[in-house]
Design a protein around this ligand. Sequence first.
Ligand SMILES: [Zn+2]
Ligand SMILES: [Zn+2]
Length: 144
Amino acid sequence: MSAIEILNQLKEKGIRFTPQRQAILEFLLSTDTHPTAEEIYHHVKKRFTGMSLGTIYNTVKMLKEHGYILELTYGDMSCRFDGNPENHYHITCQECGRVFDYQYSFPELEAEKTKDRGFKVTDYRLEFYGFCSECAESGKEAGQ
Ligand SMILES: [Zn+2]
Ligand SMILES: [Zn+2]
């Protein structure tokens, strides 16, 4: 979904977006780096110097509540945000900490989660860890 479509849908719900908030949304839709709130802040602040970190938090919270973005939480590390709200998998580099989309699907797992086992499954998480191509190339794998 494009930023314009999202803004129009929100407008119909009575939510108006300032240019600052629009810039946050556009940044999230334009990147696949899964930025933290701080990273979004540093990016958007280049255009809107008066931007506060609070505006970032409010905006991502609202976008998440309306289902336009995903929030990825990693234990006690910062949350990351994803402009792609579809359920998809992520792989984290254990060396540099960057989070990438993992472009595989698991049809059996997808089917399994809808099976009735007396448990109403509302959500699930599957995380992958490894070394990104840059880190693997520079020979930083464990043991070297
Ligand atoms: Zn890496
Ligand atoms: Zn993602």
